[in-house]
Ligand binder design. Structure first.
Ligand SMILES: [Zn+2]
Length: 127
C-alpha cells in the first residue's frame, strides 16, 4: 500500500471515529432523559432497550475503527490480522476498518458471539 492510500484510509477512519463518538455522546443524553421521566412505562422501557441495542452496535463499530487506527500507527494496516496476508484494496475501500481478509472474516463472524466483553470499557472511553 502506498503512503497516499494509507493516508486516505486513515482520514476516512478518523472521520468515522469522530462521527461515532459524536453520535454516542448524543445518545447518552437520550438514555438519561428517558430513564428519568418514564420509569414505569413499559413502552418506554422497550424503546430504551432499542436505543441501548443501537448503542451497542455503534460501540462495536467504534471499537473496530479504533483498532484499525491502531494498525495504521503500527504500520500493519491493510494486513489480515489472522494469517498476515494483504486485505484486498476493494474490501478496504468498502469498509476501511475491516481487520480480516474475506476468508478469515467468515470464520470470525461465526465466532463473534463471544466478542462483546469490551463494551463497558468503551463506555468509559467515550465520556
Ligand atoms: Zn486472512
Amino acid at each position: 500500500m502506498t503512503k497516499i492510500e494509507l493516508k486516505k484510509f486513515a482520514t476516512a477512519l478518523e472521520a468515522k471515529q469522530a462521527d461515532l463518538t459524536q453520535a454516542l455522546r448524543n445518545r447518552d443524553g437520550i438514555l438519561i432523559e428517558k430513564s428519568a421521566d418514564a420509569l414505569d412505562e413499559v413502552q418506554n422501557a422497550t424503546e430504551r432497550e432499542l436505543v441501548i441495542r443501537n448503542l451497542h452496535g455503534e460501540f462495536t463499530l467504534l471499537r473496530k475503527v479504533r483498532a484499525a487506527l491502531g494498525r495504521v500507527d503500527e504500520k500493519t494496516y491493510g494486513i489480515c490480522q489472522h494469517y498476515e496476508e494483504d486485505i484486498s484494496p476493494k474490501r478496504l475501500n468498502a469498509v476501511p476498518w475491516v481487520p480480516y481478509c474475506i476468508r478469515c472474516q467468515e470464520n470470525a463472524d461465526r465466532n463473534q458471539e463471544a466478542g462483546d466483553e469490551a463494551f463497558d470499557e468503551l463506555l468509559v472511553g467515550v465520556s
